[in-house]
Every structure is written in C-alpha cells, then in structure tokens.
Design a protein around this ligand. Structure first.
Ligand SMILES: Cc1cc2nc3c(=O)[nH]c(=O)nc-3n(C[C@H](O)[C@H](O)[C@H](O)COP(=O)(O)OP(=O)(O)OC[C@H]3O[C@@H](n4cnc5c(N)ncnc54)[C@H](O)[C@@H]3O)c2cc1C
Length: 487
C-alpha cells in the first residue's frame, strides 16, 4: 500500500535500525528463539556488517583483509557461541606478546626500555611513586593507584600529564600507537574502564578463515532463512512515537509502523536521525556524554615482502611482528603472513587513531594519489635504507563516525549508567538501544553483542544460559591491563 507521498507502508512487530552485528544478532535471536515473527531490519548501506568490513585483493582471494574488526579474543563468549552455532572455522592470530618494533622521535628500538632511554631520556629522572622505572607496566600500576583522583580531572589527558608528566604521556601514547591528542577526547575514568573491559579476555586471538565478516554473513543468512525482512540501502531518517508503543519510522521508500523498536546505530549516526523519539534520545544527558574516536586503515598489496629485507640495519618486520610509530601517523603497521602465487605480500601500512586518522582521512577526501604519496614517504622514514616499491593495489578505510566510543572529557557519567539507560531509555516503552557504545567492552564485537543480550533480557525476558562470558582470574585481568597487545 502506498502512503500519502508515494512511500510504501510497512508494518513490523519489531523494527531494527542498523545492520551491524548488534542489529543482525537481535534479529536472528528473536526469530530463532521464536520470540517474534515479523522482524524488519533497516540498513542504510547496500551491505550489512557496519564496522565488520573485509576486503580481498584479486591475487590473494582467500586472504580476508580486515578494514574494521580484525581479531576475536577466545574469551569473547557470545562471539564464540555464534562461531560454534554456524560452524565458523578460525585460525590463531599470532601477534607478538610484546611490542618489539617501536619508533618514536626518529629512534628505532626493539623494546620499551631502549626506546625510553634513547627517545625519552628525561624520563630517567622521573619516579612514579614506588616505581623507579617508567615502563608501561609501571605507568599502568601507578595510575591504578591514583584511580580515586580521576573524577578531579576533566580529561584523560590532564589526568595522565599530572601523574606521568607530559613526557610520560608522550611515551605512553607512543607505546600504544595512539597520538597524544587522543587523551584529550575521553574523560579520565575511561582509563579504568579498560580494567573492567578486559576481565574476560584471554589474549589468545583468533580470526575466522573468511574474516570477521563470516559472523555477519552467517547471521544475515540465518535471518533471511527465518523470513526476517532485511532492507538495505534504506537509511532511517526520522523516528516518531505516534501512540503507546507505536513507532513510526521513515526511510526514502518506506513509512514503517512498529510495535517495538531496536536502535542499533553508533552515536554519530543516531545524531543524524530526526523525529520526536530520536530527539528525546539525542537530548538525553546520558546520550550526550558518549563520545567517539576515529580510525583510519590503509592496507596495500606489494610485489614482494620488502619489509623483511633490510640488510643495512636490523630494522625489519617479520611475519607476526608489528611496528608502532606515531611520528608520521602510521600507527600500527604489520604484515599479513600469507603470500600470493608469485610472492605478493600484504602490509597493513596504516592503522591510525584520533587526529592521526583525521590527517589521513581528510587528505583522502582531497586526493587519493596525494595520500598514497604521503604514506609512501612515511613508510620510507619508518624503514630507512629500503627502496620501497609502489604497491600493486591498496585499500583505504576512514572510520569517520568512530571506531569505538568512550565517555567524553568534561563528563562524569559512567559507562554503567549508559548501559542501564540504553537497556530501556523510556520506562513503559518498547524501545531498546544496542551496539558497541552501550557496553563495557567498548571497541569490540563482543561488547556490541553483550548490549544486544541486555536488550533481549530486558525486553523479551530471555535468559540464554550458555552466553555467560568465561571468568578470567584477577591476576590475569591485571596482566591483561599491563600488557600492550590489547591496543
Ligand atoms: C578499525 C576497527 C578495528 C576494530 N577491531 C576490532 C577487533 O579487532 N575485534 C573486535 O572484536 N572488534 C573490533 N572493532 C569493533 C567492532 O567492529 C564493533 O564493536 C562492532 O562491529 C560494532 O557493531 P555495532 O552493531 O554496534 O555497530 P556497527 O557495526 O557500526 O553497525 C551499525 C550499522 O548501522 C547502520 N546505520 C547507521 N545509521 C543508520 C540509519 N540511519 N539507518 C539505517 N542504518 C543505519 C550502519 O551503516 C551500520 O551498518 C573494530 C572496529 C574498527 C572500526
């Protein structure tokens, strides 16, 4: 039936906005556990998956290139459950437990202490309470002892500078390959959320053979099989409440009436949706306390693995090693170990965050050629003495709307408050907000799924017993926090 302005009328019991993993998982669980029959999912892009996005180069068609999520922790219980259910095979993802290719201020080092001595000599005079050396682990331990001071600071940046000195902050950010500016964006409490976040992490990472998108592909196929309705290329532009538990959504082609509503879009996307109900959400102080951080990836295919053949210095990058460098905003550089039929090799040249991501992303909007020239120059500085060839092909991804969320600087609303609110933002109403921002495990697929689990429990009273995340003992939690391989 056609509506007044030519749009088609659609009636759904549940309308899900957003076809990332949280939206797909909601649709699939509601259908497969027979909670709902008439489920409609709207996705603004012409593909599903959102921040789970893989690419393949023609010469290596079996090697998924992760432009978004790139690893699963074995402790990620809901992800593992999906993998088990859909028989998704995986391989261990080997990355070194210690970052051993570090660059800062033109100094190349194979361990933290050597980098500190050469590039941050001023830190040799700094004592962090009882700790005599400024290692990442000691910095983390010292900051933990200062936890109760966090609410006195407006941002993570001022908190870190006060406790570690500005030079300590620079060292820390170089170790994790986040540019120092990143710490101005979140509040200080954000640092301590990580401790909670990694409670269930084993730091044994795996990657599905077909990439992380094997998860969203399987969920999509399952939703379709169960007659769930998926509408791609259908951006939801307005959301109104038109009666008690009656919601009206508009896309370019549809006018939708739904009894229940699941919002599975990131914060920045939510801001673009209009209408009375969307407005109430956007004006809520809890929603306003959520911030986001941007990321940029550039992955390139080369004729040969040139990064392994640096005879002039010991500075080379073997398979399963990674390099961290902020000097030229490359961030986190590492090779894929697979090879093409003629030895072709893949390098994740750039994985930059915060203002470094903005640098590349904004340049890309102006010219891809110039961006690639600049990245090439930056790689030459990172691998001195190597004649770096031009890539055969490359792929860029700018996560302008955020790769992960955090609590904004200047706010003191905790993630737990955000989670409680999102479960049911309006009492008595059947509206649920899910996604990576609405859980402690922010920045991870598991977090997005955990928020969906909250909504299923809250709205449908579902108790799904085998979804409990595995517990990791307390010492391990601290070890996780003290190590660098979670960044
Ligand atoms: C660079 C990067 C690296 C990452 N690395 C990892 C990792 O290694 N391991 C890990 O577990 N996680 C990782 N993550 C995080 C993980 O990808 C996310 O937590 C997860 O995919 C988020 O899922 P979501 O459903 O919450 O949101 P999204 O995936 O963002 O899905 C939201 C969907 O809503 C759609 N949408 C937006 N607005 C509208 C609208 N108005 N109407 C209709 N549709 C709309 C979007 O197009 C999108 O498809 C990474 C993410 C990035 C970007």
């Amino acid at each position: 039936m056609r509506g007044a302005r030519g749009s088609k009328n659609l009636s759904c019991d549940v309308a899900i906005v957003g076809g990332g993993i949280s939206g797909l998982y909601m649709a699939d669980t509601l259908l497969s556990l027979h909670q709902e029959r008439n489920v409609c999912l709207f996705e603004k892009e012409n593909k599903l998956g959102g921040r789970i996005l893989d690419h393949t180069f023609e010469r290596l068609p079996d090697v998924p290139i992760s432009l978004g999520a790139w690893r699963i922790d074995k402790g990620n219980a809901i992800v593992r459950q999906i993998m088990k259910r859909f028989e998704i095979d995986s391989t261990p993802l080997k990355i070194p437990k210690r970052a051993d290719r570090l660059e800062a201020r033109g100094v190349f080092a194979t361990n933290q202490s050597s980098l500190q001595k050469q590039a941050f000599p001023l830190l040799s005079n700094v004592k962090l309470g009882p700790y005599k050396t400024v290692s990442y682990k000691n910095m983390a331990k010292y900051l933990l002892s200062k936890r109760e001071t966090a609410p006195q600071y407006s941002s993570l940046s001022t908190f870190l500078q006060d406790h570690l000195t500005p030079e300590g902050l620079n060292f820390l950010t170089d170790l994790i390959a986040f540019p120092p500016y990143f710490a101005q964006e979140p509040n200080a409490e954000t640092f301590f959320e990580s401790l909670e976040k990694y409670k269930h992490f084993t730091r044994n990472f795996i990657l599905p053979h077909k990439g992380v998108s094997a998860l969203t592909d399987a969920l999509k196929a399952s939703v379709i099989k169960q007659k769930g309705k998926i509408y791609k290329d259908e951006e939801v532009k307005t959301i109104h409440e038109v009666g008690k538990n009656i919601y009206s959504l508009k896309t370019a082609r549809f006018k939708v009436i739904a009894k229940k509503l699941v919002l599975a879009v990131p914060m920045k996307s939510m801001q673009k949706i209009h209408g009375s109900l969307a407005g109430k959400i956007k004006n809520n102080p809890i929603f306003k306390s959520i911030g986001y951080q941007v990321a940029y990836k550039m992955i390139a295919l080369y004729e040969k693995a040139w990064w392994k053949h640096n005879s002039s210095t010991s500075w080379r990058l073997n398979d399963e090693q990674n390099c961290r460098s902020n000097s030229d905003c490359l961030g986190y550089t590492f090779p894929y170990k697979e090879r093409g039929p003629n030895g072709e090799a893949i390098l994740q040249a750039v994985y930059a965050k915060s203002h470094c991501a903005v640098k590349w992303g904004e340049l890309l909007k102006i010219s891809r050629k110039v961006t690639e020239q600049e990245i090439h120059k930056a790689l030459k500085r990172l691998f001195p003495g190597i004649d770096i060839p031009k890539p055969l092909q490359s792929v860029h991804q700018y996560w302008e709307n955020g790769f992960q969320h955090m609590q904004r600087a200047g706010t003191h609303i905790s993630v737990s408050e955000v989670i409680d609110w999102a479960k049911r933002p309006f009492p008595q109403q059947e509206v649920f907000i899910v996604g990576e921002a609405y859980n402690l495990i922010r920045g991870w697929v598991e977090g997005a799924l955990q928020s969906a689990k909250n909504a299923l429990e809250e709205g449908w009273n579902m108790k799904i017993s085998d979804m409990q995340p595995q517990r990791v003992d307390q010492t391990r939690v601290l070890e996780n926090f003290y190590d660098l391989d979670l960044y």
